[in-house]
Every structure is written in structure tokens, then in C-alpha cells.
Design a protein around this ligand. Structure first.
Ligand SMILES: Cc1cc2nc3c(=O)[nH]c(=O)nc-3n(C[C@H](O)[C@H](O)[C@H](O)COP(=O)(O)OP(=O)(O)OC[C@H]3O[C@@H](n4cnc5c(N)ncnc54)[C@H](O)[C@@H]3O)c2cc1C
Length: 390
């Protein structure tokens, strides 16, 4: 078996893998870093199938701080990712996020809002009449309040990924097309990643960035990771009545969300209890017509007439313990680092996660302490509490 030697081998070249490679090489261009990706078209990667929303509206301090860092990075991202003067274009639009609360959720929303304010986020607490004034199409009966994140927004996930990927390559990363089949280890320490081609990439630092496939990779190292692939669907609709200005990502107390999309369309989605577990990428029109549309039209009566244009399905890598990221070295296997379980909010966490994992590997003290997300809590079954999972 042919062996290459790397300082770090990353399994999975989605946003986590490419961001991690970038921050490693930004810190030290002499590092030898490989990123293994089996599908460079990214047709099934969660990254490219994402809604690509960024928000500070979380309830856990570290999740808020992660997003604050992301927003800071995004404001200068195209310059930072420029290669020999050529800048990417990620279409980052800060159109805001509006999270709505009913009587039941008001207390939790208020507490999260106060924490966001304390941390210096640009957020506002709106009454139902203020919401109605700004968005006259909304039917606010049953709504107690809304929080609005002024800097929240969305971007083009494919361009975001390509920017990190290209810059990591420019800085010297080896982008390897292949399938990681097994993590090799000896005496509780990783040794290499074995590819299904028969090749092996040797390293003492391996990072699992395999997204919804993370548990499969971990299993080859004897680790039982509580990360499941769960199908989530998004629908693009053309409403007969058009709002006067773009609608921000609006999240109802039930979890139904929608926002204006380029072309005057509306994107709509909702995580449902019975969303199937597995690697299924088919989308189902009835999901929209039977479950989502009635609810959407209940909140925006003007949207009772619309045309379903298209839809798609992607996978959330759901951390079944607590729906939060799992970050850091696995306690039982030296050199095996995880960046997994993002449960639907990983795209916006990539800059902070990539930087953090690179700091852990290179022994730097983290600029943002994310040790709360340590894999140790998985073994100890100590879940974190985050109220704003969508
Ligand atoms: C419908 C939908 C909407 C979303 N909306 C948002 C949002 O608004 N905001 C947000 O922040 N997040 C959102 N997310 C979540 C976000 O997209 C993910 O958390 C994030 O993209 C995860 O990135 P990743 O790199 O871990 O995974 P991925 O992008 O899935 O990348 C993993 C890569 O690993 C590769 N791989 C897997 N196994 C192997 C192997 N054995 N060998 C080689 N390669 C392998 C895969 O091919 C894949 O390319 C959404 C997700 C979905 C599905």
C-alpha cells in the first residue's frame, strides 16, 4: 500500500473541510494538508443544498459568538479569499431574520434576545403591531413578539464553498478526489486514512468533516457518533401577491420558515418530526401542498394563491444528543478530530469552526473558546441547550 505523509488529513471537502484546510494553511503555509472529497460536484453535500442563512439569533452564548465572528468574516470575505487579485462573489445579503414567538415561546425568546443584546448583537424586540406595520401581509394574531436581527442574512453557498476550496488549494492544500473507506489507528492513535482505491494517506491528525456521513467514517474507527442524516426539504414558490420589499427569513413559532428569493420567488421550509432518516434526496410536492402551504397561508393569507415552481431535498447531520456541533478531539482516539453534527446551522459556523479546529491541531490557544462543544459531552451524555434550532 502506497503511503503519503501529511500533517493533517481532512475527510470531506464540504464547507467544514475546506474552511478547516484554509485556516490551517493561513496559520502556517508550510503545513501539508490533504482534503479528501469523493464528489467534487457536491451534488449531495449539505453545503450546496443549504438555505445558507446566517443569524445571531441563538440562545446559547457560544452559538451567538460563532455567528458574530461569521458576520465579521463575511463582511470582508471576498477580499480575504481573493486569489491574485481575483475576488469571489458570494452574494451576501443582510436582509435580516425575523423570529416570531407565541405566548408559549415568549419567555425563552426574551431571554435569548437579552443575551444577544448583552453580547453586542444588532437585534430588536418588536411588538405584533410593529411587525404588522413593517410587514402588512402578515397575520399576527397569536404572535406575542418578534426579534429582528439586522445583520442576519443569506449568501450563495456554492460560491462560499468554492471560495474556501480555491483559497485552500492556492495556499497549498492537496484536494484529493476519492472515497475515505477507513480510519487507520495503532494503540489509540490515528495513523492514516485508507481510500477505497487502496491508497492510504498517512497522518497523525485526521479531521472528520464528512457531514451527514460523519457517523459512517467514525464507525470505521470504532466510534459510535450520534449523528444521523435527516432529509429536509425546501420549496420555491411563485406567489400571486408580491410583497412591496423582500421578506426577511421569517420563522414562525412552529418552525415554518420562508424568505424572498431572487426572481421574486419565495423559499419555504420546515423541519418535521417525521422527516426520514437516511440518504434520500427525493423531494415531495405533497409535503408542501399538504403540510406547509396551509400553514403559510394561515400566516400570510395573501399567499393562498401561488404556484409551486420547484423543490429540493438535502440532509441535516442531526446530532441526536442535543442538535449542536461536536467539535474537537475524540477522547478515546488521539489525533481524531471531529467537526460534526451541525443539525441545520453548520454553514454559518464554518469560519469559526475551521479556525477553532486548526487552532486545536496546531496547539494555539483558541481565539474563541468552543470547548463547550467538546465530544466529551457525547460520552458523558450531557446535552447542551439551544432553543433556536430550526
Ligand atoms: C435544506 C438545508 C438547509 C440548510 N440551511 C442552513 C442555513 O440556512 N444555515 C446554515 O448555517 N446551515 C444550513 N444548513 C446546514 C448546513 O448546510 C450544513 O450544516 C453544512 O453545510 C455542513 O457542512 P459539512 O462540510 O459538514 O457537510 P457537507 O457539505 O455535506 O460536506 C461533507 C462532504 O463530505 C463528503 N464525504 C462524506 N463521506 C466521505 C467519504 N467517506 N470520503 C470522501 N468524502 C466524503 C461528501 O461528499 C460531502 O461533500 C442546511 C442544510 C440543509 C440540508
Amino acid at each position: 500500500m502506497k503511503k503519503n505523509l501529511y500533517d493533517v488529513v481532512i475527510v470531506g471537502g464540504g464547507i467544514m473541510g475546506c474552511a478547516t484546510a484554509y485556516y490551517l494553511l493561513k496559520g502556517d503555509r508550510n503545513l501539508k494538508v490533504a482534503v479528501i472529497e469523493r464528489d467534487p460536484t457536491y451534488s449531495r453535500a449539505s453545503t450546496t443544498l443549504s438555505l445558507a442563512n446566517v443569524r445571531v439569533q441563538f440562545s446559547l452564548k457560544e452559538n451567538i459568538q460563532i455567528s458574530q465572528y461569521t458576520i465579521q468574516v463575511l463582511e470582508n470575505f471576498e477580499d480575504e479569499m481573493a486569489i491574485e487579485g481575483e475576488k469571489p462573489c458570494i452574494a451576501y445579503r443582510q436582509q435580516g431574520n425575523l423570529f416570531l414567538a407565541d405566548l408559549y415561546g415568549r419567555g425563552v425568546a426574551k431571554k435569548a434576545f437579552e443575551l444577544q443584546k448583552d453580547l453586542g448583537c444588532s437585534v430588536a424586540w418588536w411588538s405584533p403591531s410593529e411587525i404588522k406595520e413593517k410587514y402588512p401581509l402578515y397575520e399576527t394574531s397569536g404572535i406575542e413578539a418578534g426579534t429582528f436581527g439586522f445583520k442576519d442574512g443569506h449568501l450563495d453557498p456554492h460560491a462560499f464553498l468554492m471560495a474556501y476550496r480555491a483559497k485552500a488549494k492556492f495556499l497549498g492544500a492537496d484536494l484529493v478526489t476519492g472515497e475515505a473507506a477507513e480510519i487507520g489507528s495503532v494503540k489509540g492513535r490515528v495513523t492514516d486514512v485508507r481510500l477505497s482505491s487502496g491508497h492510504s494517506l498517512g497522518s497523525e491528525h485526521i479531521v472528520n468533516c464528512a457531514g451527514a456521513w460523519a457517523a459512517e467514517i467514525a464507525r470505521t474507527a470504532g466510534i459510535n457518533l450520534p449523528v444521523k442524516p435527516v432529509k429536509r426539504q425546501v420549496f420555491a414558490v411563485d406567489t400571486k401577491v408580491k410583497p412591496d420589499s423582500p421578506l426577511p427569513l421569517t420563522v414562525l413559532p412552529s418552525g415554518l420558515y420562508f424568505r424572498t428569493e431572487t426572481g421574486n420567488l419565495l423559499l419555504v421550509g420546515k423541519s418535521l418530526e417525521d422527516d426520514p432518516v437516511g440518504f434520500d434526496f427525493s423531494w415531495d410536492e405533497r409535503r408542501f401542498t399538504e403540510s406547509l402551504w396551509p400553514e403559510l397561508a394561515g400566516f400570510v393569507p395573501a399567499f393562498d394563491t401561488l404556484k409551486l415552481i420547484r423543490g429540493w431535498a438535502g440532509l441535516y447531520a442531526v446530532n441526536t444528543l442535543d442538535s449542536n456541533a461536536i467539535l474537537g478531539e475524540w477522547p478515546g482516539l488521539k489525533g481524531f478530530f471531529l467537526a460534526n453534527g451541525f443539525s441545520g446551522h453548520g454553514l454559518q459556523q464554518a469560519p469559526a469552526v475551521g479556525r477553532y479546529i486548526s487552532e486545536l491541531i496546531t496547539g494555539k490557544s483558541p481565539a474563541l473558546d468552543l470547548s463547550i462543544f467538546s465530544p466529551k459531552r457525547i460520552l458523558e451524555e450531557k446535552p447542551l441547550s439551544e432553543a433556536e434550532i430550526v
